[in-house]
Design a protein around this ligand. Sequence first.
Ligand code: ADP
Ligand code: MG
Length: 141
Amino acid sequence: MAETETTSPEETEQVAANVAADLRPGDVVLVAGELGSGKTTFVRGACRSLGVTDAVTSPTFTIGHRYHGRVPVSHLDLYRFTQLSHAEWGDLEPYFDDAVAFVEWPEAGAGILPAPRVRVHMRHSGDDRRAISIERADTRV
Ligand code: ADP
Ligand code: MG
């Protein structure tokens, strides 16, 4: 587990870019943390480093976005779910197919989402400071 602290959105994007350098299709990245802690900012930085040039915005009012970078990239937000049902998972599964998938508010997917490659947890630590913990799975599943 690595922990780091950033002092600007740009710095968070850079941390995310470093994490993303190692990702490939099939990898799932869970990005947890309270509202405004920087989850979407983190995903934006990761997407940039995966070659996504589209605007990366919060999918809060849709379930997910699919971007085209050097590899396919998906960005989901489970904010509106309390616990995913198997039927709902069936609708979401295509986002995980052959893509690097980032999931904001992943708690609702516990027990249903594929095992993550990386778990990120973000929290406010004053003004523009954010504490970011990054936990990588040892092996790909
Ligand atoms: P979330 O998706 O967790 O709700 P967002 O990434 O949408 O969070 O928003 C984070 C907000 O905090 C943005 O307005 C961003 O500019 C601001 N911010 C300030 N400092 C940081 C930082 N160090 N890292 C990330 N975001 C930051
Ligand atoms: Mg968000």
